[in-house]
Design a protein around this ligand. Sequence first.
Ligand code: AVJ
Length: 330
Amino acid sequence: MTAAASPAPVLQFDERIAAAVREGLTCRPRRLPAWLFYDAAGSRLFEAITELPEYYLTRTERGILAAHAAEMIAHAANGARLRIAELGAGSADKTRLLLKAAAVRQSTVVYEPVDVSASALCGAKVRIQREIPEVTVLPRVLDYTDGDGHRFDLGPLDDNERRLVLYIGSSIGNFEPHQAERLLRRVRAGLHPGDSFLLGVDLVKVKSTLMAAYDDAAGVTAAFNRNILIRLNRELDADFDLEAFAHRAVWNAGRARMEMHLVSCAAQRVNVGALDTTLDFAPGESIHTENSYKYLPGQPEALLARTGFAPTATWTDSRGWFAVCLGRAV
Ligand code: AVJ
């Protein structure tokens, strides 16, 4: 950019969002990264999703954790004190079950939530320290998905401590299998032998159950999906017509993943001010907004084994819908 020729910008656009949208909406098929869902409104909509009758994931995993938290903590601690880290700052009440179980065992617990968002971490710190006084929260601002960026380094442990890293909530489902593998290797590189990793994954099940979870009757998931367009309108000065894009959930059996799309209902042109671009959509053309991979029994354990962890235990629900797997760093 030539400083002399450009007038002072009137609006400030987030470069990370602009780059992702430029890349995703000018290629074919068009796609947007799932992290774009989580602005303030999107985070609230996701919270609402977790309470929907059709969205079994959160309550099923919570049931598994409620039933087995003490056992999970005992396995991970293996006689030592535990320090608990979590990838992402947002699994609230599920994390609390594990922190409480650790507090019972060792009276005080250090909890290190890891997130790119400092504000999300601040919220988690206040909330958790208020709810569980035995817990000291040490937030770590770090992009754990950043493959070729900085080391995944949570800092030193005391002599008698082991670390347990939580990655629950089926968040790993958003990653392509090769990306998931790279992420786990990266986490493993920041751990010592004897440390542990607790992974929550959603399992393959009948299509109707999956479809309902991603296309609920109340339309909350549709609103969550469309919120991405509201965000682009606001943050990139775009003019998406929300009524002109339909929410579509697809079960891709071949790749064992639920997909979410926003499908253009008509031929239409959209302006994106921040990109100085117009986008032409054909009727029926889709923007692929999310993949949510589902695992077969045995696959999460195999993933752990390939990335430097010995799978030590797996807990599941009575229907076999969700699995929580513990791996020990070898
Ligand atoms: C937060 C990635 C686990 O994939 O189920 C919920 C997000 N998408 N409904 C999931 C989501 C549509 C969710 N994860």
